[in-house]
Structures are given as C-alpha cells and as structure tokens.
Design a protein around this ligand. Structure first.
Ligand code: ADE
Length: 228
C-alpha cells in the first residue's frame, strides 16, 4: 500500500518510523511518503494561508499549493488514489472505515490547519481521486495531522503482513461490533487480586462462553450505542 501525506508539519509523522508500522515501511509493505505543503509555494515566505472571504476569525489554507501538491502526487501514481482530508466536518472514522480503506492501493492524506482549506480544493481533488472527508470524532483538533496518524495506524495494521499474528486482529474491540473481553497473565494472584477462575479451568468451551458474556456486559455498560 502506498500512503502520501501532505502537511505543513512533516515532523508529526516521524513516529511512523517506529514500532509495527516502522517495520512495515522498512520491509516495503507500506510505502509512506511525507510531503511538506510549503514545497509547492513560490513566494519568499512560503505562504500557505490567507484571510477568509466574507470575514471571520482565523486563516484559510490557500488553494494553489494544495492543487500543485496533489497534481505532483498523482503524476507518479499507478492508479487513481483515495484522497482523505481529515476534518471534524467529515464522516466519522470507525473500524469499518479502517477495514475498507485498508483494501485501497493508494491513500493520500491532506492535513489542513487553521480554519480549514479553501473549499474548492475538495472539488478539484475529485478530478484526481476519490475524495473522503473523515473525522476522528466529535471534537476539534488543531489540524489534521494527529487524526491522519490515528487513521494510518488503524488502516496500516489491517494491511496483510503488517501485524505478525493475524489472529490478534480478529479478537479485538470493534471487530465483531462488541468491545473486547478482559485479558490476564501470570501471576494468578497479584496484590490480592485473582484471575477469574474459569480462565484457569482448561475448559475451552467455558472460557469462550465467559469471554462472550464479558464482551456483552462491557458493551452494554460502556457503549450501549453499539448494541443498536
Ligand atoms: N481536524 C481537526 N479536528 C479533527 C477531527 N476531529 N477529525 C479529523 N480531523 C480533524
């Protein structure tokens, strides 16, 4: 999978060099390319923002550098990419979104700052790829970078081979619409707290039933919205 990221803060993405995604990059499973939007400006100050038409607080990202950046990225792309703009005004990102996007060959993340990107950029981008505005959740971040990082990790770990043991992708929160069951390791008694005895019983059927029950109880208590 190829992932291009356009940002005015490339350093936010340095962490993509560590842990599982870092390994996936070195091994060639993930081809991640981070681009500085300012490389597509032409003035001495490398300006990427300007005041909003109609007035109002804050600054808006200018369309010209965005168009040049996207043009350059698609110019050497093998196929039409999916272009994701992280935005609190987008569709909400869920495990279903992550699963779907993990099947795409080429993702481009356009990280906006300030009060947003000139709206015409989204329309222009539809000529170059399939455009998605995606929100991490109902709260406001200072820009798209942290949201893009979270999405890239959620998507990247679903790319075959990135997570060593694919079984660990199956039994986790949200994969079956429920929260994950609780996990324990040795010692069986720790600071006065016991591991639930069923887990020590060796009875796999009983363990499975207990875990399922835990999933249902936790989901009902913490996330009743998931039960519909
Ligand atoms: N940019 C600012 N806030 C955001 C959010 N909640 N999700 C995605 N991108 C954002």
């Amino acid at each position: 999978m190829r992932i291009d990221i356009v940002t005015i803060f490339p350093a936010f993405f340095d962490v993509l060099g560590v842990s599982l995604l870092g390994k996936a990059r070195s091994s060639g499973l993930l081809d991640v390319r981070v681009h500085d939007l300012r490389d597509w400006t032409h003035d001495r100050h490398r300006t990427v923002d300007d005041t909003p038409y109609g007035g109002g607080a804050g600054m808006v990202m200018k369309p010209e550098p965005w168009a040049e950046a996207l043009d350059a990225i698609v110019a050497d792309a093998a196929r039409r990419p999916t272009i994701v703009f992280p935005s609190p005004a987008g569709e909400v990102f869920t495990q279903t979104t992550a699963r779907e996007l993990s099947g795409h060959q080429h993702l481009v993340f356009g990280c906006g700052r300030y009060e947003g990107i000139d709206e015409r950029v989204f329309d222009y981008a539809t000529m170059l790829g399939d455009v998605r505005l995606v929100s991490l959740g109902d709260y406001v971040l200072n820009g798209g970078e942290v949201a893009a990082m979270a999405m890239i990790e959620a998507i990247g770990r679903l790319v075959p081979g990135v997570v060593g043991n694919p079984d660990s992708l199956v039994e986790e929160s949200h994969e079956d619409g429920l929260l994950e069951y609780p996990s324990y390791t040795k010692p069986a008694l720790w600071r006065g707290r016991e591991v639930p005895p069923v887990l020590l019983s060796g009875n796999h059927g009983a363990v499975d039933a207990w875990r399922r029950q835990q999933q249902l109880e936790r989901t009902r208590d913490r996330r009743p919205d998931l039960l519909g």
